[in-house]
Design a protein around this ligand. Sequence first.
Ligand code: ATP
Ligand code: MG
Length: 908
Amino acid sequence: MSTAKQIRNDFIDFFKSKDHEFVPSSPIVPIGDETLLFANAGMNQFKDIFLGLVPTDYRRVANSQKCLRVSGKHNDLEEVGKDTYHHTFFEMLGNWSFDDYFKAEAIQWAWELLTDVWGIEPDRLWVTVFGGDHTEGLPEDEEAANLWTKVTPIPTDRVLSCGKKDNFWEMGETGPCGPCSEIHIDLGPEMCDMKNVPGHKCRVNAGCARYIELWNLVFIQFNRLGDGKLVPLSAKYVDTGAGLERITAVLQNKKSNYDTDLFMPIINCTSDITGHKYTSKLGNETDNAFRVIADHIRSLVFAMTDGAIPSNEGRGYVIRRILRRASRFGRELGMHEPFIYKLVPVVVDCLGDAFGEIRERADYVSTVIESEEVSFGRTLDRGIEIFNAAAGRAQKSINKIINGEDAFRLYDTYGFPLDLTQLMANERGLKVDTAKFDELMEEQKQRARLAGTAKITISVSGKLSGTSLPVTEDTHKYDTDNCDSKLIGWLDEEGFHDQGQIQTDAEVGIILDRTCFYAEAGGQVGDCGIIKSENGKFVVEDTTKIANCIIHQGKVVEGSFSIGQNVKAIVSKDRAATKKNHTATHLLQWALQQVLGKSVAQQGSYVGPDYLRFDFTYPKALTAKESKKVEDLVREKIASDLPLTCVVMPRAEAEKLGAMALFGEKYGNEVRVVAVGAANEKLLEEAFSREFCGGTHCDNTGQIGGFKIIKEESISAGVRRITALTGTGLNACLEKASDIVDELSAILKVPSEALVERVSQLIKDNKKLSKELRSAAKASGSDVMAEAKQLLQKCEKISDTSIIVGRLQNTRIEQAREAIDMLKKKAKSAAIVLGFEDDDKATLLAGITNDLIKKGLKAGDIVKAIAPIIDGGGGGRPQMAQAGGKNPKKINDALKEATELIKEKLVS
Ligand code: ATP
Ligand code: MG
């Protein structure tokens, strides 16, 4: 039995014996070709020759090209492991003729190599040739069809004519192109993997695994111009591609590429590492994991060797995705530790002789893979849990879609590439809301852009090393929203300034000797507001802190400011809303602990003027009842209008009081405690909530003015997030909701109490109508076909040609076109003209079979001749043409004229 290495050599040697020159594979990462992420076919490196951009020294070439099909036009990632013959990385054996030999030799040699040299039984082979495409005006490849039976012993009935999809190759929208001829092998009826598909018949290109394509012979003979026209090329090329892995499986008598010596060593090594056994079964999850890993490690080794580095963009991201996908499949084999990198040496053993470069870079490649595995491994298990929860929710939903937020979180926090989430979803029969995912991705990018401009502190902090910033006295933030201060410095891109002037329009961070602005901390956002001087106005957009220096970030909108000037700092009214949300957050934490128990611990929070968000540890979603209970408790405390007291005290004392601290947070010796329900410092014991907190708060709970949870969700394994509204935000939200209700009431003309019933009824009606519409469309479609068949039955014939002319009732253009296709097939030789009325307009369609076109009868000509009768115009190709007109009353006249025309042509 030949090894893969021998088979590769056989191929090269065979073509050398036919005067071909061996040319090494081009790198899998194309050099200087930004249009292509990875080499995906042997022709890539010869592209410029085909395009006529560079002259060629070659006449005949053979090689084995490293290909990767994981992106763009060719993406076989989804098939990997599920079938036994599509890989991401594979070798494409090829032979080329650059304006030298053409179809005859290419066909003859392919056959000779497969059957004589390799001894494949000829009666297992089938071939396809291009059958033409009338919609595109592409002629059938009769030349190839004739050659197959002439230069090889293959019987005519195993030379099949196929369509454009499989048998016409184009480099792009324009440029070199031509028909191809594929060689398929019949692996036997037992290999069919579509036995359960109703109506499935095993045959070439029917999608089942019984017939697989081994070799594709492309004959580049046309050039497609900008206007879509094809012109013959002066130089003709042969470009062939045969999958080494598939041929090896056939020659080694294996049912699966993975059972060959190209993959088994990798699979065996995986088995040794994981302790699982490979049984070569399709549809078996463990076996599938083996196959995916064996496939992916080959891609990784080759792509990284040729320069792709895992990253978050472009090629690098494709590589990262492949690796993460392999890691995920490793979990199926019980692997929670990095192990994929250990397979690198086996890949090198298998392929290092043919591709020496992978041997040279093996150490580097395995180091990179290992470090990627380590970093992804940290989040993978938690990600899988989160995925499972999201999938569980999707399973329960009507549309079986994993929501975009979940997919985005998996991507953003857990490094799950979208296609990994999609793959996992697929396995469970679920889909992913990618539109929402894309939207969130875009939002994130926008945020990143904004953050880049507003946060001066971040950009300058690097320039501040060695500068000692002034200390701002900021205790006023707790008791007032405006204060008199002095401007003592500012920050801009260049760093800290304590002299000079700030001009109009300058975007800087102002530093005052004292301030009442709250700098972002503990989840509470930094204050906004204005700083005013005698002749200047500065809008504060955010307030932050570096060490003990408070920075008011924003822009001079009027006048200018100078160091030493007296100013007034005025905090925006938003602060009041922020206070309400902050105090409510404390009530919420307390209420959650009452309802869910003491295991609830704060993980993080956001407190702004618009809403509040509270993240806490809890293993599962809150029930509707629990949520309601939490809301009720908070509202009760608001209604009781209880006082708050904030005290700074030694940490030990605060701890003794049982005040809650944020886990993992570092506190100084002095801490501030916010106690809700205590009227003064002496009554701290009476408070029901005591928290370490530096934020700004209401004086009493009544000021909060209302509370509502608007969302409860999970943000990572064991962490929940509640989003809620109070006072101002809540009012706005209620007002909006009430406006919507009013609007709906008006549109639907029912009082608001009846809205739910009305909408439910509408949905029901809509479903019913859609169903009726669908069945009506189906019925009319089959009516049209039946009408057309009747026309065929009673049509006139001239020798073998049917003249099918008539009217259709209630049809539409698509259906009429289908009818013409059907008639052409049924009648074999036919001239067809159909007319119908739709929406007060007349339409005429003509279709002519190819045999008649040769006799000079063309659909376009007929339509052009009869269109004026219906007050219209039209045209088209010889095979199919169409006209529209304003006068449906004249359809019959036009059809009569058409009959005459056809007869004239046929008898002349
Ligand atoms: P298929 O229809 O089987 O996907 P294809 O039409 O995409 O094949 P071509 O682009 O013509 O294949 O590539 C030429 C040859 O390369 C094929 O005949 C086949 O032997 C091999 N080949 C193509 N894709 C793969 C793949 N993903 N894995 C392994 N071999 C492949
Ligand atoms: Mg393919």
